[in-house]
Write a protein that binds this ligand. Structure first.
Ligand SMILES: O=C(O)C1=C[C@@H](OP(=O)(O)O)[C@@H](O)[C@H](O)C1
Ligand SMILES: C=C(OP(=O)(O)O)C(=O)O
Length: 438
C-alpha cells in the first residue's frame, strides 16, 4: 500500500525570533456549530447559521444530517452579510449511513437524532472512534425505547433502527467518561414524546461548561430545560417536549482554538488580539483568560475582542482542568516552557479523547528532553531545557497545536501530520505563520 504522506509528513514548526505582535481572526466554534446544526435540523422551521466553522468535524456533522434528509444550503445570511448555512429541516429519513470520523460530537449527538428517523441509520468512523466511549448514549437510548444493533461493546460501529419517534422519559447514565452523553440526550430531548429526564449517577462529570452550552442553546431555540443550576435536583436535567424554533445564529470564534495563539503571546512575551471574543460565553476556552494570566500574562477584554499580553516570564500552575479538559494539551505545552513545575489535575477522561492525551503529551515532551509524568488524573510537568526533534501527533489536532507552541521556543521541532488540525482548524498552519509575519 502506498504510504499516506499526509500522516508521515513533517512540518518544521516555526521558531519565534522575537515577541509576536498580531491580530488573529479565529474561525467559529466547533462545539457551537455542531450543536447549532443539530438544533436547526430538529426545528420546525428553517434557520440560519452565520460564520459556521468549516472543518472536518462540522462537515461530518452537516454530511450526516444531509444523509438523513436535512437540507443544508450555502448562502449569505438574511441581512446579506457573511457566509452562512441555511438549514431546512424535514422529516428525518433512513436508511442512511453516517461517518463520524473521530468527532465526539457527531458520534454522541446523532444516535438520538437517528432514533427519530423513519428507518435504519448506520454509524461508522475512524478506527479510534471504535475505542471512544458511547455506552452512555446507547444504553440510555435503549431505555428510552430505541432499537440499536451493536457488537455489545457499547461502542461504534452500530445501527440505530429509527421508527420515526421515541418515547423518551427518565433515564440514568454514568457520564463520567464524557459530558457529551448528557448533551446528546438533552439536544434531541424536546423531540421525544415525553421529553427526557437525564440523571447522572457517576462520581464525576467533566466539561460542565459544555453541558451549560447545550442548555443555553436549547433555551435559545425555545426549549424548556430544568437544570441543577435553575433550582432542580443535583445531577438531573429535564427537557420538556415541544417544537424548536428556527433561529438566525452567528457562531462565536472557537476559544479553544484561540489557545495556541494566546500561548504564543505568553511564551514569546508578545501580544495577540483575538477579535470578537464574546463578553459572555459558555465556551470552556474563556477560562484561558484566568489560566494564562496565572501563568504570567495579562488580558483586556474590550468590545473589539481580547488583547492578551505576555510578560516575558512563564510560570507553572497547579490547576484542576476537569471542566475544561480540551485545554490540557496547550496548557501542558506552555507548562513545559515555564520557570516552575506544574500539576494538571482532574482530566483522567482525556485518556479516551482523540488519543490517550496524557500518554501522548508525556511521551512527546519527554522525547524533546522534558520531564513529564502521568498521575492518576493528570500530568506533573517539571520544565527542562528542551531540544529539537519530531513531535508526533496521533491524529490529534490539539497535539499538533501543542507541538507548535513548543516549537516557538525550541529550535528544530518538527510536527508530524500537522494536517490533523483540520479536525477543527484547517487554517492552522497559515494562521500560525501569518501570526509570525512569515
Ligand atoms: O460537547 C462538546 O462540544 C465537547 C465536550 C467535551 O467532551 P468530553 O466531556 O468528552 O471531554 C470536550 O472535550 C469536547 O472537545 C467538546
Ligand atoms: C475532545 C475533543 O473533541 P471531540 O469533540 O471529538 O470529543 C477536542 O476537540 O479536544
Amino acid at each position: 500500500m502506498a504510504p499516506n504522506n499526509a500522516h508521515t509528513a513533517l512540518w518544521p514548526a516555526p521558531h519565534a525570533s522575537g515577541a509576536v505582535d498580531a491580530t488573529v481572526h479565529v474561525p467559529g466554534s466547533k462545539s457551537v456549530t455542531n450543536r447549532a446544526l443539530v438544533l436547526a435540523a430538529l426545528a420546525s422551521e428553517p434557520g440560519w447559521l452565520r460564520r459556521p466553522l468549516r472543518s472536518r468535524d462540522t462537515l461530518l456533522m452537516a454530511g450526516a444530517l444531509r444523509a438523513m434528509g436535512v437540507g443544508i444550503e450555502e448562502g449569505v445570511g438574511p441581512d446579506g452579510s457573511g457566509e452562512a448555512w441555511r438549514v431546512l429541516p424535514t422529516g428525518l429519513h433512513g436508511p442512511a449511513t453516517v461517518d463520524v470520523g473521530n468527532a465526539g460530537t457527531v458520534m454522541r449527538f446523532l444516535p438520538p437524532v437517528a432514533a427519530l428517523a423513519d428507518g435504519p441509520v448506520r454509524f461508522d468512523g475512524d478506527p479510534r472512534s471504535y475505542e471512544r466511549p458511547l455506552n452512555g448514549v446507547i444504553d440510555a437510548l435503549r431505555t428510552l425505547g430505541a432499537r440499536i444493533d451493536d457488537d455489545g461493546r457499547g461502542a461504534l460501529p452500530l445501527t440505530v433502527h429509527g421508527v420515526g419517534a421515541l418515547d423518551g422519559g427518565p433515564v440514568s447514565i454514568d457520564a463520567s467518561s464524557s459530558s457529551q452523553f448528557v448533551s446528546a440526550l438533552l439536544l434531541s430531548g424536546p423531540r421525544f414524546n415525553q421529553g427526557v429526564e437525564v440523571r447522572h449517577t457517576g462520581a464525576t462529570l467533566p466539561s460542565m461548561p459544555h453541558i451549560r452550552m447545550t442548555v443555553d442553546m436549547l433555551r435559545a431555540v425555545g426549549a424548556q430545560v430544568d437544570t441543577p443550576e435553575s433550582g432542580g435536583e443535583p445531577n438531573v436535567w429535564r427537557v420538556t417536549p415541544g417544537a424548536l424554533l428556527g433561529r438566525d445564529l452567528t457562531i462565536e470564534p472557537d476559544l479553544s482554538n484561540a489557545q495556541p495563539f494566546l500561548a504564543a503571546a505568553l511564551v514569546t512575551g508578545g501580544k495577540v488580539i483575538v477579535p470578537d471574543w464574546p463578553a459572555r460565553t459558555t465556551q470552556p476556552g474563556d477560562r484561558l483568560r484566568e489560566v494564562f494570566t496565572e501563568m504570567g500574562g495579562s488580558c483586556t477584554l474590550t468590545e473589539y475582542g481580547l488583547e492578551f499580553t505576555g510578560s516575558g516570564s512563564v510560570h507553572g500552575i497547579d490547576v484542576d482542568l476537569g471542566d475544561v479538559g480540551e485545554l490540557t494539551p496547550g496548557i501542558a505545552a506552555v507548562a513545559a516552557l515555564a520557570d516552575s513545575p506544574s500539576t494538571l489535575r482532574g482530566v483522567s477522561h482525556l485518556r479516551l479523547h482523540e488519543t490517550d492525551r496524557l500518554a501522548a503529551l508525556t511521551k512527546e515532551i519527554n522525547e524533546l528532553g522534558g520531564d513529564v509524568t502521568e498521575t492518576a488524573d493528570g500530568l506533573h510537568i517539571r520544565p527542562r531545557r528542551l531540544h529539537d526533534g519530531i513531535f508526533h501527533t496521533y491524529e490529534d489536532h490539539r497535539m499538533a497545536t501543542a507541538g507548535a507552541i513548543i516549537g516557538l521556543a525550541v529550535e528544530g521541532v518538527q510536527i508530524e501530520n500537522v494536517a490533523t488540525t483540520a479536525k477543527t482548524l484547517p487554517d492552522f498552519p497559515d494562521l500560525w505563520t501569518g501570526m509570525l509575519g512569515a
